[in-house]
Design a protein around this ligand. Structure first.
Ligand code: HEC
Ligand code: HEC
Ligand code: HEC
Ligand code: HEC
Ligand code: HEC
Length: 376
C-alpha cells in the first residue's frame, strides 16, 4: 500500500514538472538516470562538451543556424525550430533526453545523414524485452491476490510501454544519428561504417549498453539493467577491449600483428580521433620499445590535410575495419615477451592544436582498451 501511495504522489508531482522530463524518469529509474547524467549523450551539447564547443566555434557559419542540433541536442525543441543556439537547461541537462531516445519510432535514410522519426503518442515509450515482444501497449495494472490482502503492480503507472519495435532489438534505433554525418561537400566525417546484420551475436545495445548490476526501476525490482552511461571511450573503455583480439605470427620477414575487430563497425573513425598500438619486447631483462602504430583517418582538400568541414577526400586511412594487419621487421627470439597495448585518445595532436585544446590533458590522454602479453 505504501508503494502505491508513493506512486500517486509522484504522479501528481509530475504534472507540475514537465519542463525537465528526464527528472521525472529519475524518480522511478534513479540508477539509469544517474548513469545517463554522466553519459556522452547527456554531454553531447556545446555547453557540456569542450571539444564540441571548440569545434563549433571554428566551424564556418553561413546562415547562423546550429545544424549540429539534429544529433547533438534534438530535445531542444525551440532550437530545432529556430536554429538559434542558446544556453538553457535542456542543453545542460538533457540535450538527447530519455523521452527522445525512447520515442524513436523509425529511422529514415538520407544522403547527408539519416533522420529519426518520433512517435506522436504521448507517454508511450519503446523498449526491448524478448519475452514481451508481442506487447505493443503494456499498461499499468494492479493485481490483487489473497482476497485483496496482497497487491502487486505490473508495468508503469506513468507511461505505457511498446515492446514490439524491432529497431530496439537490432540496434537500428542508434542509426538515425550514428550512421553517417556528411559535411557540406557530401563527405562523411564520422567513419563508423556500421552494418547491422540479423545474424550478429552482438548489437550496438548489447556492446555499448551492457546489462550491469542494479534495478532498472524502483518498483518491480530487477537484478540488472542496461547501462545508460554508454560504454565506450569515456566509460568502461577497458571492458570494451574484449571485443578486440590480437593474433601474432612470425615468418622470414619479421613478425605480424593482426588486430581483429569483433564489432560491426570501423574503430576510431570519428574525425580527429586516434587509436594507437604500443609494442614492446622484454628480452634478457631489457625492454625494447618499437614505434607505435597509429590508427587514424586524415581528411584532406586538394591533397592537403584540412579540418573536417572542408574535407573532400581522405589523405590516409589506417583505421581498423574488420581487421588490420601490421608488419614489424624485428625477429622475435625464444624467451622474448611481447607486450601489446591498444588504446585511443580523443584528439590527434594536430587536431588538439587546431581546436586550441592542446593544454587540455583529457583530450590527449591515452585510454587503454586492451593489453596482452605473448611469450615466445
Ligand atoms: C511512477 C514511476 C515511473 C516513472 C515516473 C517512469 N517510469 Fe518508466 N517504468 C516504470 C515501471 C514500473 C516500469 C515497468 C518495469 C517492468 O515491468 O519491467 C517502467 C518501464 C520503463 C521502460 C521499459 C523497461 C523495460 O522493461 O524494458 C522504459 C523504456 C521506461 N520505463 C522509460 C521511462 C522514461 C523515459 C520515463 C520518463 C519520461 C519513465 N520511464 C518514467 C515506472 C516509471
Ligand atoms: C547526423 C548526426 C550528426 C550531426 C548532424 C553532427 N554530429 Fe557530431 N557526432 C555525431 C555522432 C554520432 C558522434 C559520435 C561519434 C563517435 O564518437 O564516433 C559525434 C561526435 C562529435 C564530436 C566528438 C565529440 C567528442 O567528445 O569527442 C564532435 C566534436 C562533433 N561531433 C561536432 C559536431 C558539430 C560541431 C556538428 C555541427 C556542425 C556536428 N557534430 C553535427 C553525430 C552528428
Ligand atoms: C539523437 C542522436 C543519437 C542517438 C539516437 C544515439 N546517439 Fe550515440 N551519440 C550521439 C552523439 C551526438 C554522440 C557524441 C557525443 C559527444 O559530443 O561526445 C554520441 C556518442 C556515442 C558513443 C561514444 C561514446 C564514447 O564514450 O566513446 C557511443 C558508443 C554511442 N553514442 C552509442 C550509441 C548507441 C548504442 C545508441 C543506440 C542505443 C546511440 N548511441 C544513440 C548521438 C546519438
Ligand atoms: C541513446 C538512447 C537512449 C537514451 C538517451 C536513454 N535510453 Fe533507455 N534504453 C535505450 C535502449 C536502446 C534500451 C533497450 C535496452 C534493452 O533493453 O535491450 C533502453 C532501455 C531502458 C530501460 C529498460 C532497461 C533494461 O535493462 O531493459 C529503461 C527503464 C530505460 N531505458 C529508461 C531510460 C531513462 C529513464 C532514460 C533517461 C535517464 C533513458 N532510458 C535514456 C536507449 C536510451
Ligand atoms: C561487438 C561489440 C560492438 C558492437 C556490436 C558495436 N560496437 Fe561500437 N564499439 C565497440 C568497440 C570495441 C569500440 C572501440 C572502443 C571504444 O571506442 O570504446 C567501439 C566504438 C564505438 C564508438 C566510438 C567511436 C569513436 O572513435 O568515437 C561509437 C560511436 C560506436 N562504437 C557506436 C556503435 C553503434 C552505433 C553500433 C551499432 C551499429 C555499435 N557501436 C556496435 C564495440 C561494439
Amino acid at each position: 500500500m505504501k508503494q502505491i501511495f508513493i506512486l500517486f504522489t509522484i504522479l501528481s508531482l509530475s504534472l507540475f514538472a514537465i519542463a525537465n522530463e528526464s527528472k521525472i524518469c529519475q524518480q522511478c529509474h534513479p540508477i539509469i538516470y544517474n548513469e545517463y547524467y554522466k553519459s556522452s549523450h547527456r554531454k553531447a551539447s556545446v555547453v557540456n562538451n569542450s571539444i564540441h564547443k571548440a569545434y563549433w566555434e571554428k566551424h564556418p557559419k553561413d546562415d547562423k543556424s546550429y545544424t549540429c542540433a539534429k544529433c547533438h541536442s534534438p530535445s531542444d525543441k525551440k532550437l530545432m525550430q529556430t536554429g538559434i543556439l542558446e544556453d538553457n537547461d535542456i542543453q545542460k541537462d538533457e540535450p538527447i533526453s530519455c523521452v527522445y531516445c525512447h520515442t524513436i519510432k523509425n529511422v529514415d535514410s538520407g544522403k547527408m545523414s539519416n533522420t529519426n522519426i518520433i512517435t506522436d503518442k504521448n507517454k508511450e515509450f519503446f523498449s526491448a524485452e524478448t519475452s514481451k515482444k508481442n506487447l505493443n501497449t503494456a499498461k499499468f495494472e494492479i493485481e490483487s491476490s489473497w482476497f485483496g490482502l496482497v497487491k502487486k503492480s505490473k508495468n508503469s503507472p506513468y507511461h505505457k510501454i511498446d515492446y514490439s519495435n524491432e529497431n530496439y532489438y537490432n540496434g537500428n534505433v542508434c542509426m538515425g544519428c550514428h550512421s553517417h554525418t556528411n559535411n557540406e561537400h557530401d563527405f562523411d566525417i564520422v567513419m563508423l561504417d556500421a552494418l547491422i546484420d540479423k545474424d550478429d551475436k552482438n548489437t550496438c545495445v548489447t556492446c555499448h549498453m551492457p546489462q550491469v548490476l542494479g534495478s532498472k526501476v524502483t518498483i518491480n525490482k530487477t537484478k540488472t539493467h542496461a547501462f545508460h552511461g554508454i560504454a565506450g571511450i569515456y566509460h568502461m573503455n577497458k571492458e570494451m577491449g574484449k571485443y578486440i583480439d590480437f593474433n601474432v605470427t612470425q615468418d622470414n620477414s619479421g613478425f605480424h600483428i593482426d588486430v581483429i575487430n569483433k564489432s560491426n563497425h570501423a574503430l576510431f573513425g570519428q574525425a580527429l580521433r586516434e587509436g594507437k598500438l604500443k609494442v614492446s619486447i622484454e628480452r634478457k631483462g631489457k625492454t625494447i620499445t618499437l614505434k607505435p602504430f597509429v590508427f587514424t583517418r586524415i581528411l584532406a582538400k586538394d591533397g592537403k590535410e584540412t579540418m573536417p568541414w572542408n574535407a573532400t577526400a581522405t589523405l590516409k586511412d589506417t583505421l581498423i575495419y574488420a581487421h588490420k594487419k601490421i608488419d614489424f621487421t624485428e625477429t622475435l627470439q625464444k624467451g622474448d615477451i611481447l607486450t601489446l597495448t591498444l588504446g585511443v585518445q580523443l584528439l590527434t595532436k594536430k587536431g588538439a592544436k587546431a581546436l586550441g585544446l592542446e593544454k587540455n590533458e583529457e583530450v590527449s590522454r591515452f585510454r587503454i582498451l586492451k593489453t596482452q602479453k605473448f611469450k615466445f
